[in-house]
Design a protein around this ligand. Structure first.
Ligand code: PMT
Length: 409
């Protein structure tokens, strides 16, 4: 897993296949990770080794029936933020329009739930043919973005339209689509985010608390709202400006936060627990102010309810649940992994709270995102950037969960 967007580049068998190498470099220069899939016909124009060398990843080729390919058409689609078929031949466009899944690339297209961009490339007459034009119209109707071919001298020596759009235009279109998509990829989802630090009263004026500022939670709430989610921010003792569009609910103590999260849970699609929730509360807080007359003073503490553990027992499999692990030192990474399993989470975000330049009450964070599938380190960055990367991971995961694929036999 990485924080960069991943492009799945499908290369089909046309003379413009050689330009796909330049296109791949263009995606990389724009900060994208690229995986490549080729049809058998494409390998007659350019070898898989070219793309393997440039992308740094294995290239999947050809037919569905290869043992290793049966999973590739799902796996590659799952990691991709966008699928780009360039060049897209008349033959592949026709198969896509008709719903054929007779090779790895067309099967992947059918199984893929994200945005698809195609850059057609063919002889002028083939491009103008009513069959091709009607296939392209069908694909457009279904939400496929078409980067129109340009006019120029074609490989067959004829001048006309059908030449694959130049790589810069395709990269620009993909960048634009990723931006638009990112803006709406949580549209309509109900996201609950907890933030801040709970305070457990000792008496009417004193409490046991922590240094959480609520900045991490606020960045996540703003990011989720910007991506179209309906956001509830359940916050404890946070002194930050209100985030526009976000419903904020005050829950000063762990018990109140627990109540609120449970109240919202049935309607929640994504729960992100960024709050520093007290692990203990005082058994019987004094009603007034405890005076100084005591020679010594002790208070009895009792464990608070672990909100995430409760959620795990009640969530009925629907919600995507994210915890944070505030650990002292990098050796806490193993404990974070343990929390991921023990609290039955979909994701846990580890941060090292021994550092003063990240984490508690800092504008920055540096995290490791852990899921049952793997882990990804995110370098020190403003909390807004960290929030975007966390939300990217969640959106990608949800997209792959929405996929319903019927294997081709
Ligand atoms: O608010 P900031 O100043 O921006 O700082 C951000 C942060 C450091 C507080 C944040 O990034 C962070 O690490 N939050 C989690 C803090 C924490 O309580 O970690 P933990 O490892 O003790 O708990 C693990 C998870 O269990 C957390 O998601 C926590 O919310 C949850 N928990 C803890 C106790 C409890 N009773 N119920 C819970 O659900």
């Amino acid at each position: 897993m990485t924080g960069q967007p991943t492009v799945l580049l499908g290369v089909t068998g046309g003379i413009a296949a050689y330009k796909a190498a330049e296109l791949l470099r263009g995606f990389q220069k724009a900060g994208m990770e690229v995986r490549v899939m080729m049809t058998e016909a494409a390998t007659r124009f350019v070898t898989p080794l070219t793309f393997e060398t440039l992308s740094g990843h294995q290239v999947h080729v050809g037919e569905m029936l290869r043992a290793d390919s049966t999973i590739a058409h799902i796996e590659e689609g799952n990691v991709a933020d966008i699928m780009v078929i360039a060049p897209a031949t008349a033959n592949t466009l026709a198969k896509m329009a008709a719903g054929f899944a007779d090779n790895l690339l067309t099967a992947t297209y059918l199984a893929y739930a994200g945005t698809v961009v195609v850059a057609p490339s063919m002889n002028t007459n083939m491009w103008r043919h009513p069959a091709t034009q009607s296939n392209v119209a069908v694909l457009r109707e279904r939400g496929v973005y078409v980067v129109e071919p340009g006019a120029g001298e074609l490989a067959c020596g004829v001048y006309g339209s059908g030449r694959m759009a130049d790589p810069e235009s395709i990269v620009a279109e993909v960048k634009y689509r990723l931006q638009v998509e990112r803006k709406t990829d949580l549209r309509g989802l109900h996201v609950v985010i907890t933030s801040g630090g709970t305070r457990e009263p000792i008496d009417a004026v004193r409490y046991i608390g922590n240094r959480s500022s609520g900045k991490m939670g606020a960045a996540l709430a703003r990011g989720a709202f910007d991506r179209g989610a309906v956001v509830h921010l359940v916050k404890a003792n946070v002194d930050l400006p209100r985030a526009p569009g976000v419903t904020e609910i005050e829950t000063p103590t762990a018990a109140e936060m627990y109540q609120e999260v449970m109240r919202l849970l049935p309607e929640t699609d994504i729960l992100i627990m960024a709050a520093a929730v007290a692990d203990y509360s005082v058994v019987a807080p004094a009603g007034g102010k405890i005076g100084k007359s005591h020679a010594d003073l002790s208070v009895s503490l009792v464990p608070t309810t672990d909100i995430l553990c409760e959620v795990a027992t009640r969530k009925e499999g629907k919600q995507y649940v994210v915890g944070f692990a505030a650990e002292y030192g990098m050796e806490g990474l193993a404990r974070a992994r343990d929390k991921l399993e023990r609290k039955n989470l979909d994701m846990i975000v580890f941060n090292d709270i021994s550092r003063s330049d990240i984490g508690f009450n800092s504008d920055y964070n540096e995290v490791v995102i852990l899921t049952p599938q793997g882990e990804s380190r995110v370098e020190r960055a403003p909390k807004e950037t960290i929030a975007e990367i966390i939300l990217d991971h969640i959106a990608r995961e949800l997209r792959s969960r929405r996929e319903e694929f019927l294997p081709v036999t």
